[in-house]
Design a protein around this ligand. Structure first.
Ligand SMILES: [Zn+2]
Length: 1013
């Protein structure tokens, strides 16, 4: 799965990319969606408990009798009803089916704060599912009639079969359990039905024990809902631009725990089984699932409908099952010259009919990446087809369902005339990430979600290798350092961060770990391992791991074992060291070290020590890591040697000898392959500063990022970090500027309302002068990919800091767009890569007419990424009433802002210095409305909480944030962690203002004076 937030620093308004504001993605609090099951328990006297413990049957019956009496006394009646209006012919035909489902009085349980273990038992395990679904996708009926036959193997005697359901109504009278015998099947009586709301389970209680070794079949008829929460089986819609009609479609998002919303199942990754799916649909729609279609036949019950029967899948986890019913169109991307698997293999890309031309880029790179990965892993792709589908509504960026990858439109579609270079890179990155999952995650799956990082870290890391294969000139292996490593180094500096491998039980906790630590830190420590083991050992070890565990599950220890075996065999790791010993220090501990190099210039040695790097430097910990140490020197510079010269073997310190004298710098962590920061003594920093321009661009980026963050945490004087930063005055490369501008975000927001801001602005503009002049405002024919990215970030900062020509150009372009709209309707005078800066700058400096024009363009745009740029730019206004109106639109689905984009709108307003306090007030005043509108699955509210910390740096603001947390203490749900982190950030900001503001102000003053700014 790919997270929604993507890291790129170009947007003028997007300050949330600074990791201190870019906290983490989490889910939301549990809502009452499982109340129905709770009601079942109480209403029918079932054995159940709110905390997952079963009570005795006698007690249950007694409670039930008392409860039923009380219901009668209070006049509440159990009733049967038809689920939706039966006005249409189709619904009428489903009425009989629907009548058989009991609708119970709704009983709302208080939100369960305790995260009890709610894992399924393993006494019976599924081996096969036959699933038949009849989904109704129409304005007044979004339900599914379903049947499921599950073949089970009994491992331990048990008198019940327990599996997951959520927001599903089981037709109890239909439930059948059969013992499968070669000669004659035997029916087993179901005597009771038990629901556990918190664990999201349903149990069939049987009149006899299931016997170990026996084969059984469980049959359930049920009704589900095609919800609008973008999770489980959900609905989406779009407007046909020709007819103006709304078109509906239904799709799935089961990861991590929502397959149970679509059909009753053993919804944990370890319960792998084969699936045979049949989907009913109206003849004017089409369907897709993980496997190729076997055959289609008319549906006798509903005229004009058909059954699509799909081939049986390979063994897989429930969270990877997927299906779509839609009128989307397709582009065949099969490349016959790439001997992928067999000749009959098909690769297809799907989108709305009017967006189909935008699939061509993904169609071009998708098959090539898939083929590259087959070679990389040395294991063929095991399915006969691969579909990639762009959906109008999608909660994350993309999901790796096996053979049927789903995307939000902006992550798959690219229009060369409209989308930016950044969008193009994003498409390639997400496509590659999801294809890498087909092996890492799908073929071999983590046993449980605590090893989520294992699949996400690898998909991120290997995704970059696939990306490099199709676009080698983009230098993505180096860009990785900016996009992932340096980003997460900032986030992981918080005390409230968490280990990569983290124990989780409850679905809320599982949703919370889909964050940058799992993805970016996971990928970064894998990259470190790739370098310390060497490419060949690393790849052979991975292939062995995948071969040993394919179609099954694994833990991180299983990977460590294969890599250690290979490393010892290849001699790439000393025999006394194991990969587990090294990597446990990185995956099981929170945070990472700062390595301090203190040189002794007399005896040419250095004292090397490590301690945990924390944003707030007054916290003391004793944590240590196995740190692979690489270094190079000015006398013999070598920036390619990334295998460790020595190890800091999980101890506090060591000594390195044989270093050069005091006229030569030393540099540790070559090519930033290790997941740590490096600090030096002053003399070495000064040597590095004076040689800055002779160092490679990756190293310049590394030094800028390390020094500014060391200063931020109080470990290095700002005068050293700023002297280094001022070397950028002659730098024109993308990577150093990207690192510096991200690190300078913190200064920009801290100083924004202080007297120091004038000097800050002038100095940054002076530093940007050379790179601005070398790139200019307009795209040029010979621009490289990195030139285009560089121009976007440079213009973004220049216009933000009111660079005269930048602002003039942007306003001028926008004005021409407004006036020439009729002649140049499609693209206007603004080139794709200028869009973000032109939109935002014009809206920032313009009034309501400028804003309304962009809003109209947003509504008309057919390109997902363009819509996102417009939504972000609309938050750049400096008119409070416009910003408040804009915020008010995110709680209503009729406003034109899709639920998937609500957090994007909020964040862009919160990142605006004028909008920040409005956003805070809005969040405080609308907490309940936001919680109920956005539901539990995605991180929208968490992203909002993180964003409001951006400008907060006074004790008063800190207490306001704490008050907001306290006022909602009983309903924070899965925003608990984001509040914790936001408060830690603001506390650090307050401390920074007290400790570092004067020092920075003095440096800015003296630099301004000495450079006549
Ligand atoms: Zn992923």
């Amino acid at each position: 799965m790919e997270l929604l937030l993507h890291i790129r620093h170009n947007n003028v308004s997007d300050r949330s990319t600074h990791a201190l504001q870019l906290l983490q993605m989490t889910g939301r609090r549990a809502t009452a969606t499982t109340d129905l099951q709770a009601a079942n328990c109480i209403d029918y006297g079932k054995q159940c408990s709110r905390k997952g413990y079963f009570i005795s049957r006698k007690a249950a019956v007694l409670i039930a009798v008392v409860y039923i009496c009380s219901l009668v006394l209070t006049g509440l009646l159990v009733f049967y009803c038809v689920p939706r209006s039966s006005s249409s012919k189709l619904q009428a035909s489903d009425t009989n089916l629907a009548r058989t489902f009991r609708m119970r009085p709704q009983v709302t349980l208080p939100y369960q704060k305790t995260h009890s273990s709610n894992r399924l038992t393993t006494h019976t395990i599924p081996t096969h599912y036959r699933i038949q679904l009849v989904p109704f996708i129409m304005e007044d009926n979004f339900t599914t009639s379903g049947e499921v036959w599950i073949t089970l193997k009994c491992l331990e005697a048990a008198d019940n079969i327990t599996l997951n359901i959520n927001d599903i109504e089981v037709q109890e009278s239909s439930v059948k359990v059969t013992q499968l015998h070669p000669k004659k099947d035997l029916s087993i009586q179901v005597v009771d039905h038990v629901y556990n709301t918190d664990a999201q389970t349903y149990s069939s209680i049987l009149d006899q024990q299931l016997m170990p070794g026996g084969q059984y079949e469980l049959y359930i008829k049920f009704m589900g809902h095609i919800n609008d929460h973008l999770q489980g089986f959900y609905r989406s819609s779009y407007f046909d631009p020709e007819t103006g009609q709304k078109r509906w479609l239904a799709s799935t998002q089961f990861s991590p725990t929502d397959a149970r919303r679509a059909f009753p199942c053993f919804d944990e990754p370890a319960f792998k089984a084969r699936f045979t799916v049949s989907l009913a649909r109206s003849a004017n729609l089409s369907s897709l699932s993980n496997m190729p279609l076997n055959f289609t036949e008319p549906m006798s019950e509903i005229p004009g409908w058909e059954w699509d029967h799909y081939n049986e899948t390979v063994p897989m986890s429930t969270y990877l099952v997927a299906f779509i019913i839609s009128d989307l169109h397709s582009l065949d991307a099969t490349m016959t010259n790439l001997s992928i698997s067999e000749d009959s293999f098909r690769f297809t890309v799907w989108a709305r009919e009017f967006a189909l031309p935008q699939t061509s880029y993904a169609a071009r790179i998708g098959p090539r990446i898939l083929h590259y990965l087959e070679t990389y892993f040395n294991i063929p792709f095991p399915l006969p087809k691969q579909d990639m589908v762009a959906l109008p509504d999608f909660g994350f960026s993309a999901m790796e369902n096996w053979g049927l990858i789903t995307f939000r439109e902006s992550a798959l579609l690219y229009d060369a005339n409209i989308s930016t270079e950044v969008n193009k890179e994003r498409v390639a990155e997400v496509v590659s990430h999801e294809l890498a999952h087909q092996w890492f995650g799908n073929l071999v799956t983590p046993w449980w979600w605590n090893d989520l990082w294992l699949k996400e870290g690898f998909a991120t890391f290997i995704g970059y290798q696939g990306l490099h294969h199709v676009e080698p000139s983009w230098r993505n292996k180096d860009q990785f350092i900016r996009d992932h490593l340096q980003e997460v180094l900032m986030l992981d500096a918080l005390e409230s961060s968490h280990p990569i491998s983290v124990p989780v039980q409850h679905t809320d906790q599982i949703r919370e770990i889909f964050d940058r630590v799992s993805y970016c830190k996971g990928a970064s420590v894998i990259r470190m391992m790739n370098h310390f083991l060497g490419e060949e050992t690393f790849k052979r070890g991975l292939t062995n791991y995948l071969e040993v565990h394919k179609f099954s599950n694994a833990r991180q220890d299983d990977l460590w074992q294969q890599l250690t075996l290979q490393a010892h065999q290849d001699g790439s790791l000393p025999l006394h060291m194991t990969v587990k010993e090294i990597m446990d220090t990185w995956t099981l501990q929170t945070g990472y070290p700062v390595v301090t190099v203190t040189r002794n210039y007399l005896n040419v040695s250095a004292y090397i020590s490590q301690e945990r790097f924390l944003l707030s430097s007054n916290t003391i910990t004793n944590a240590t890591w196995w740190v692979p140490l690489t270094f190079t020197t000015q006398e013999a510079p070598d920036f390619n040697m990334t295998q460790p010269q020595l190890w800091l073997e999980n101890v506090q310190s060591t000594v390195v000898e044989g270093l050069p004298g005091n006229t030569s710098w030393v540099l540790f962590n070559v090519h930033e392959t290790g997941f740590y920061r490096v600090n030096y003594d002053h003399a070495n920093w000064r040597l590095l500063i004076s040689s800055f321009q002779q160092l490679p661009d990756v190293t310049r980026a590394q030094l800028l990022d390390d020094s500014l963050n060391l200063a931020l945490s109080g470990r290095l004087e700002y005068r050293i970090a700023m002297d280094l930063t001022s070397q950028l005055i002659t730098d024109v490369e993308y990577l150093p500027w990207s690192a510096a501008l991200t690190a300078l975000e913190h200064l920009d927001t801290m100083l924004a309302l202080t007297p120091a801001y004038g000097n800050f602005k002038h100095i940054v503009l002076a530093l940007l002068d050379k790179v601005y002049n070398s790139l200019q405002f307009e795209d040029r024919a010979l621009d490289s990919h990195l030139d285009l990215l560089n121009r976007a970030q440079v213009l973004s900062w220049a216009c933000r800091l009111d660079h005269e020509f930048c602002v003039w150009n942007a306003k001028n372009k926008y004005r021409r767009w407004m006036t020439q709209e009729l002649e140049e309707r499609e693209t206007g005078p603004i080139s794709p890569n200028q869009k973000e800066v032109v939109y935002c700058t014009a809206i920032k400096h313009g009034g309501a007419d400028v804003w309304n024009f962009a809003w109209k363009k947003y509504q008309l745009s057919n390109v997902g990424s363009d819509k996102e740029h417009l939504l972000e730019a609309l938050g750049c206004s400096r008119e409070p009433w416009i910003l408040n109106r804009y915020l008010s639109w995110i709680t209503s689905n009729s406003s034109g802002i899709r639920k998937q984009d609500g957090a994007r709108v909020f964040v862009t307003v919160a990142n605006n210095v004028v909008g920040h306090s409005l956003a805070f007030n809005f969040l405080r005043d609308n907490w309940d409305a936001l919680q109920s509108y956005y539901g539990v699955a995605f991180s929208s509210i968490s992203r909002m909480v993180s964003a409001i910390a951006t400008y907060m740096n006074t004790p008063l603001q800190l207490s306001q944030l704490e008050k907001l947390q306290d006022e909602n203490a009983d309903k924070l749900g899965t925003t608990t962690q984001s509040f914790k982190q936001a408060i830690e950030v603001v506390r650090a900001n307050v401390q920074w203002m007290a400790n570092s503001y004067n020092e920075v102000n003095d440096w800015l003053e003296s630099y301004s004076k000495s450079h006549y700014l």
